[in-house]
Design a protein around this ligand. Sequence first.
Ligand SMILES: [Zn+2]
Length: 1012
Amino acid sequence: MSSLLKKLEDNRTAILLAEIGAYLHLLGRFSEEFIKSQAKDATNTNSNFDYKNVCNVSSFFENTGLEVLLKSANWKPLINITLSGLNELSTNKVNNFCEFIEKHTWSDNPQGLLKILADAHGIVSGIDKALAGRGHSGKQRKAYTFKATVFGYEKEIGLLKATDLDNVNKEYIKRVKEEFFKEIKRILDNILQNKSVSYENYTDFINTIKEYFSKTIGETRRSINEISLYDYAHTIASLTKSNLAKMILDGWYEPRGKSQWRILKINLSIIELLTKGLKIGDIFGYRQEIENVLDEIKKTLEFHYPLGNEIYRDSTGIYFSCPGIEDKDALKTEIISELKSLNQLDFSLQIEISDKSRSMVILASEREESLKEISYPHISFGNIKEELISSQNDGDKELCPVCRIRLKSLRIERCKKCEARYQERAQNWIQEPKSTIWLDEVSDHNDCVALIIGQFDLRKWLSGELLNTFVSQTFDEWKNTYATICSTLNIQTISDLEKGFEQLFNNSQNLNNDMKEICKSFIGVKPDNFISDFWEPIAERDATVRSVSLTNNSEKAKHLIRLLFRKHPSLARIYRIWETTQEFIQTTIFEGILDKYPFGTNTPFNELRRKRIEITIEPNPCIPIGATLDLDIEGVRLSPVCVDENKGIFITEANIQILSNKGKTLNEIALWMQGKNIKVKRENDNKWQEGYKISMAKPADDRFQDYIPYIKIYEYPDQFMALVPAYDAFDIAKKILEEYEIQFSKVRDRLPFHIGIIAFHKRTPLYVAMDAGKRLIETFKNKTKTINAKIDSIDDVSNNELGKYVRRLKLNPDPCYSSVPIIWHISYSTGDPNQQDEWHPYIRFNGNNPNRGNYSFDYTGNGDYVVHVKELKVNDCINIATSYFKITFLENAADRFRIGDGLRPLDDIERTDDIWNEIQKIVKSKKLGISQLYAYWQDVKKRYEDYGGNSVWENFVKSSLINILKLSPKEDKEVFNKLFHATKDGLLDICLHWNLQVRKVKPEKAQEVKNE
Ligand SMILES: [Zn+2]
């Protein structure tokens, strides 16, 4: 019996070398020369650079000699496969890696394996790169050259360390190229020497490519300057690999325009597992275990039986490119059996293979399908059964509260397996003591912690739907470039062009010289035949496969226009979408905001906030390293962690601001501890033990000081969870929102982003907070919808962060979303001050064709229009997606069941901040006490219960604003109205509760009031 996986294993070296070749085929683009050659104002020398020709230019390789190795004849026997049924591959052999670089497009007449590469290259780059790439549309000026996110936010290109191509850091580029080529050479030398690819070679190679290719972009033309060289190479390499695997299994076929792949999904309910822990260590233990399992899966499917590559990973599991094999069930059965041993009592892997497709847009629906699957996991027995029996034979009595599966003995906290996982995490912490895994350290000086959640809704982006609102090249720029021919043919608008194409579909004999010129403007050559030389080559690059299914000529013409002028859901672009939000979460939120956050600003004794004390206990309580010990020092309870088992040395793991009544400085607090008799309680002790003392207490060593008091629970491309001090949580959310408004300004109407803050006392069981978080995420997802908003006013403003071209829109949304108007700043700037963004900020229009010239179009083909932000007018009605904000304090465990109630619009973060600032000002300027603030708050709340929100109540609110808060409806008109609305829509209640009762802030004047 021939097994499918075995066949892949037998041909591993050849498959992995084909993948490596596919990564290397774009090596010439990793250079300053390539970027310069694409500039609008490139010199002749610049524009003559050919990235396919680099193997013949040894200076390109910075004297590393890599080009000699790429050309080596020794590769030939390793790269090529001789198997029956693979005729093309055995007759037309590839000689070396240079051929991958030189012959990877159909116009190069590729042979054998390179045909597979050429089709992958074509389908991945999609239509916009190939077509827009040949015209001059969107070229950047040398002095202002940027890379962009997929949502049009521009940044400098990492490899150049500059945006002016005439002032790049040449030394840096040379050094980076040298390091990169040397490392690639080292790995390839090693492979050649051993005549096979080891797992170490493979991972070294992949990691090196990822590190370096991510520094630059695949194309510089706007608006396709968003695809990094890595996105581009990785998707091509994955498709090449999977398609070669398909041929090894099913035999050769001509791939041109036909390569397809499947998506292999391996799902498990990650959030479910992460929300189980009693303590952070349990959560981290699970997280580590999941990572290990996913790594093991990757090793099996990417290397051992090389069938594809990871193309997506999130909280639902891991997704691989997979051969478009005919008998998918047979392959699935073998994979299930191969991965069986990774199943555990805690989770089982749900394995599924999708239908064939030429795109990745099916990822969105496949992911939704998986969500249903993992809600009802089917557990297959086998090794799991033995695990269950062994846990029960341990003579244990009670269900483990962490996994809730295995049994544990009465005296200990966790089952053996959970305990091992927990201990391991604590030991790892000692290696990275600037981080924390202790809730007591995260909690603020009031003993409160907050779970902060951020979540993007990418569903309509991953499915490609909203990419149709982006323009790949503008009709105007195209028309201006080809002005003569357009005027000869009287092409004024995009529908004139569409009509021209429709006539050609009806009768391709109409392809006269003028129309040939038009076609040439898109593909670079004059076609002889409209169908076979123009339409079909474009259709074969259409990742949606819609082109081939259309029969009606007017539909074809309409679709062709879309392919030529709109952004296409190419593989690389879909990949780039989730990579953009992932990068925002990693780089902006975690590294930019949280790692640098000034925790505890304005709290008492803030200099103690991030400090630790080292204590030595006698006699040594003999606790393992990484375990904690409960102490009672004159009634003060602490749980320091053991860092030296032999000497009985411990480090505090609490926010020691709470000890400021024992000492004002770290030294004073240590002094207070020094020599004290204490009681201790180990995990197995059922009562406090006397007879111990602190023989030594002092500030801990520097490596333990200045820890960062937040804990990342997880980050996935579309969402994250972290624990932060409750005191700082709102301000952190505000900073995240500000960054979202900058980086996603052009799509905030179409890309929902939700933020949740769930605060709780540090003694609240962690799983209650985690469960609340899980429920909130579910609610965000279910409540996201598209609503109407009327434009009340528009102003042109300039804003440093958003660039030179910015519009300020005052929107009146459906009152179900916000009861007050919202203000948005939408950028249509690029990094170049002379260039407006003509490609991204197209807002969905609610109504019939708005006729804004070339700045409005039907993006679905069903009469759904978008309008460029600069062409929006007052009183226009637009569609916006709802983004939500939730802030709450869990008073009790049952509160989590109501977590989804009372969601606020995301914009209320700024409003809450504004209201709080106003209140502080009023308290100060009107010389009020906190008691008056409480009186106002409680009175209007109490009356609301009696009257509901009727006019009697409204009048009561107004008179209370006048009488209690001393505001005049005339002189303080603006703030009076603000507070009135905030009282009415409940925001004031949230704001006061959060600041007065959770953060326990006292507004300015308050200290002087005795009876608060
Ligand atoms: Zn357990």
